[in-house]
Design a protein around this ligand. Structure first.
Ligand SMILES: [Zn+2]
Ligand SMILES: [Zn+2]
Length: 316
């Protein structure tokens, strides 16, 4: 990473990315309607679920199994977040776990500062272009390699569909008070930009604020607010302690909405062989309050009833 080219920026992708942020200011021109803002929020949460459930818990950590067809549908759903393809995403995330907060980590606020870990790392040409390292298990699927190569196809289609839907609704349901540009700006631009920064908090803030249950070798934290914002990913100290668990909220009261939805997926047979944290992992350091500097002190009372663990019989 010391050579000049390794530190140069991927301007061809950075400029559209910045333009997407600037486009959010168009809300002052297109106005708003309850429909457009509701759709913006809905697309944030649906896509946050897709990126955490599939790019993270499936493609990066293989915490459950599914069929080849569902695997592709899951990849397409998460690809709608405009955070590149499944192989690129999971490859960089696996790299983060290999080094977490040590020299060589792709995005560590401890090593390289907050801004770099939040967003700067993506725009280094060496990171933006590299892909598939450590992904031998998934790169054997041609459909995933294809999606990775054409990672703008799905996000572009989403933008076009929203624009067309707005134009249609303006004509057939004028009482909704929306139109093509309004739906495009709220549903695509604002929702995607907020989703970017919501996702990035796991790389930046989740290694900076919150409290620690497990004495991992990195600086990962648990934070209830971040867990809500990211549908469960904010239990990041739990996750670094045992990345192989589908659920990241290990104990009652550690809300993990993605974990709850995936349990429904399991019940209806969409996914199986769901891996959870074993009892010995949950017992490990359970009562320890590792003192770290952080904005939030450890909760005084923690409910230590376990939600899911590996030894439990499957819920049938
Ligand atoms: Zn991390
Ligand atoms: Zn992870």
């Amino acid at each position: 990473m010391s050579s000049h080219s390794a530190r140069s920026l991927e301007w061809g992708a950075l400029i559209p990315y910045l333009a997407l942020h600037v486009a959010c200011f168009a809300v002052f021109w297109v106005g708003w309607s309850p429909f457009s803002v509701t759709l913006c929020v809905a697309l944030y949460f649906v896509r946050m679920f897709a990126v955490t459930a599939f790019y993270h818990r499936y493609f990066s950590h293989r915490t459950f199994k599914t069929s080849r067809a569902a695997q592709f549908v899951f990849a397409v759903a998460a690809n709608a977040c405009a955070q590149k393809g499944p192989l690129w995403w999971a490859s960089h995330h696996r790299h983060h776990h290999r080094f977490s907060d040590q020299p060589g980590d792709t995005h560590s606020p401890v090593q390289d500062g907050f801004f770099y870990s939040h967003v700067g790392w993506i725009w280094l040409r060496s990171n933006f272009r590299s892909t598939r390292e450590g992904m031998a298990d998934f790169q054997k699927f041609p459909e995933l390699r294809w999606l990775d190569r054409h990672d703008l196809l799905v996000p572009t289609a989403l933008g076009v569909v929203l624009f067309a839907l707005g134009a249609l609704l303006e004509r057939i349901a004028p009482s909704l008070g929306t139109n093509a540009w309004q739906l495009f700006i709220w549903g695509f631009c604002v929702s995607t930009v907020v989703l970017y920064h919501g996702t990035y908090t796991i790389n930046s803030l989740s290694h900076r604020i919150g409290w620690r249950r497990f004495a991992t070798t990195d600086d990962s934290r648990n934070h209830r607010g971040l867990a809500l914002l990211t549908l469960g990913e904010g239990w990041h100290n739990n996750h670094h302690h045992y990345p192989g668990a589908m659920r990241q909220g290990f104990f009652k009261g550690e809300w993990d909405i993605t974990g709850e939805i995936l349990r429904v997926f399991q019940r209806v047979g969409l996914i199986w062989d769901v891996h959870q944290a074993p009892a010995r992992v949950l017992a490990d350091n359970r009562d320890a309050r590792v003192p770290v500097r952080g904005v939030e002190s450890p909760p005084r009372r923690v409910d230590l009833r376990v939600v899911d663990q590996q030894e439990m019989p499957s819920c049938s």
